[in-house]
Design a protein. Structure first.
Length: 663
């Protein structure tokens, strides 16, 4: 792999640039104030870890960039934030950046020593005596030793605690070499903890007594307070390290998978500590990632923000607005800014193809983007599947692209379609695997839960994992309600079509049609009918509606009905498949009921062809080369000639299909 600076992170350039150039740089003449924590939210595969890895690579190449990275999913879920803060302190103090020296954490080291060590805290006198004894023993170590690991190995025995975390030794070893350093260390720590715990001036060791008691209490409130105090100590130490000399870069902390219980505790501690220390600036830049908006750290629960999971996710500003959002954070008074990792654009996907598959004779980016809707993991895996097919076939044809989800990528044990379903969602919701398949068949989450009451609560579970999107409002459509991300929905519907047990595909859609209600009942019914291959009723209603509603409204209804999924993929040539379906529809509606404005059925024939063509076109696996675009465009041109009032809008729609565009 080439260097991070040579490998752009497509779709995340604005975010990375904001973090790297705006937030981390410290101008010598005007050091900035404290920056908020940057929380990145997105579903599995949205590129959260890719952003973290990219920043790590850049930091490794930048000698003046102090950084630490932790994957919180690998830590004990029962751990508290102070454990994570300790890990960070160890990582940061154990590295020495050329020209700028080590970062030191004396306040934090003393706090951990009191909380984790075998130090009596029944009274100030006992506490002082125990600490002095501890330090006296520590000073017997080789004063000339520069081997931090040697000191680490001896501290557990000095503290008489078998389970002592080696972290304290590594963080604290530098600070217990001489009487002068010890004296300074404890003067600094006593003053800090006295203030942090709101003790009277000159309270001395009584502050450490209280700190030790907090550490010994099992209740959550005491643990939260302890996390906060130790986090403030960490920030105070970090700020003090930046007071002497000039460090050109702020300190970067990267916390991946902050949705874990320990991650939520850590995020809450950092947010509260930053808020408590404001307006005092600290040089910490924390970037955290999460795939769950069920937010016990209260980052997303703020006045004026809607509480439901869809709004928590969908209303977040996208990552390309990072510069504006981060700079305006002080106006909102929050120590955390939350950003939504958006899907990749067609331009991003094309750039990835040009970099990774420069020899492609036929551009695949439009197909890949339509299939995945820009989901980053999906984009990369579909390109991998295409490469695997191309390696076998030495040239991709349409029938090859239709099998892309049945293809096993290099290094995978199952086909892409199976892998995607498990990895993206079903591993997180193992008990609802069958429910989510029928739930995915509905056009939106409200219809799903109304039709399948046993699935009540899935909206919260799936929405919390950032898999719901809020589509743009359309004329005559209630809502907009949340819908499944198109890439995930496609994967789940594929499983529904192929499964051997449970409610069959046609029965699922019959039940959805029977439970349709509200202003969009007809749309829902014909959508469900089309999903089962029943085409004529949809053509009938679209032909009738053409005389009743304006062109914009008719186009919206046409698009909604013809976006119905198809159970079986196109078999053979797409044009032959189209012709077979059109012949099955017939030349007039059942019963011969034609509108007055279409007495001979010419418009019926046009709309029938358009309906079939767009139903095929709407599925990238059915029409990878968007061959149906031309047929749909011709249909719109014919309708424009039949509707003087709607002609301008219908012509614009025809031109869109002429350009072979597809979302």
């Amino acid at each position: 792999m080439t260097a991070a600076d040579d490998q752009p992170l497509y779709g995340r350039d604005a975010l990375v640039r904001t973090i790297w150039e705006t937030v981390l740089e410290r101008p010598r003449d005007n050091p900035p104030g404290g920056w908020p924590i940057i929380a990145l939210y997105g579903p599995r595969g949205s590129g959260k870890t890719a952003v973290v890895n990219h920043l790590v690579e850049k930091s490794i190449r930048q000698a003046a960039q102090p950084f630490a990275r932790l994957d919180l999913a690998r830590l004990d879920e029962q751990a508290w934030g102070s454990r994570v803060i300790g890990e960070l302190a160890y990582e940061l103090t154990n590295a020495k950046w050329a020209q700028f020296g080590r970062l030191k954490f004396p306040r934090f080291a003393v706090g951990r020593m009191i909380v984790e060590g075998d130090v009596a805290t029944d009274s100030p006198e006992e506490t002082q005596s125990a600490i002095e004894k501890l330090l006296k023993e520590a000073r017997k170590l080789d004063q000339a030793s520069t081997n931090v690991e040697a000191l680490t190995g001896q501290l557990p025995q000095l503290l008489d605690l078998a389970g002592w975390l080696s972290l304290v030794g590594k963080v604290g070893a530098w600070a217990i070499r001489s009487r002068a350093i010890v004296r300074f260390l404890f003067q600094t720590a006593l003053a800090f903890y006295g203030e942090a715990l709101q003790r009277p001036p000159n309270a001395g060791f009584s502050a450490l007594v209280e700190l030790g008691r907090l550490g010994s209490r099992p209740d959550d409130e005491s643990r939260r307070r302890l996390d906060l105090v130790l986090c403030e100590a960490f920030l105070a130490d970090l700020g003090a390290s930046y007071e002497h000399g000039f460090r050109p870069r702020n300190c970067l902390v990267l916390l991946d998978n902050a949705h874990s219980p320990v991650g939520q505790r850590t995020l809450a501690a950092f947010a509260a500590a930053k808020a408590n220390r404001a307006p005092a600036a600290d040089p910490l830049v924390a970037v955290v990632t999460s795939r769950d908006v069920r937010d016990s750290a209260q980052v997303l629960v703020r006045p004026g923000r809607r509480p439901d999971v869809l709004s928590r996710w969908a209303d977040l500003p996208a990552d390309d607005a990072a510069a504006r959002v981060v700079k305006r954070a002080p106006e909102h008074g929050s120590p955390v800014v939350a950003l939504r990792l958006a899907d990749l654009t067609l331009e991003n996907v094309a750039a990835i193809e040009n970099r990774e598959f420069p020899d492609n004779v036929r551009p695949l980016a439009p197909f890949v983007h339509s299939l995945t809707r820009g989901h980053p993991w999906g984009v990369h895996k579909v390109f991998q599947a295409c490469a695997a097919l191309d390696a076998r076939k030495r040239g991709l044809r349409e029938e090859d692209l239709r099998r892309v989800l049945d293809t096993q990528c290099h290094g995978d044990s199952v086909a892409l379609g199976e892998l995607a379903g498990d990895l993206l969602l079903l591993e997180d919701l193992p008990r609802t695997g069958q429910d989510i398949l029928v739930w995915a068949a509905a056009r939106d989450v409200v219809a799903a839960e109304n039709t399948f009451p046993d699935s009540a609560g899935l909206q919260t579970d799936v929405g919390a994992l950032c898999w719901l999107v809020r589509p743009a409002a359309t004329p005559g459509r209630a809502g907009p309600y949340g819908v499944l991300h198109p890439w995930l929905r496609r994967i789940l519907l594929r499983r529904l079509a192929n499964r051997k047990t449970g409610m069959p595909w046609n029965d699922v859609y019959a039940k959805l049609a029977a439970h349709s209600g509200g202003a969009s009942t007809a749309l829902d019914v014909h959508y469900c009918e089309l999903a089962t291959g029943v085409i004529a009723p949809a053509v009938t209603v679209l032909n009738q509606r053409f005389d009743v509603v304006a062109a914009d409204r008719w186009i919206a209804e046409f698009d909604e009905i013809t976006s119905a999924p198809s159970r079986w993929p196109v078999d053979g040539d797409v044009h032959e498949h189209y012709s077979r379906l059109v012949r099955g529809v017939g030349t007039e509606p059942p019963g011969g009921r034609l509108p007055t404005a279409d007495p001979h059925g010419d418009r019926w024939t046009t709309i029938a062809g358009m309906t079939v063509a767009r139903w095929i076109w709407a599925d990238p696996l059915g029409d990878p080369a968007v061959a149906m675009s031309r047929r749909i465009a011709i249909g719109y041109q014919d309708l424009a000639r039949r509707s003087p009032e709607g002609q301008p809008r219908l012509i614009v729609e025809a031109e869109t299909y002429e350009q072979r565009l597809r979302p």
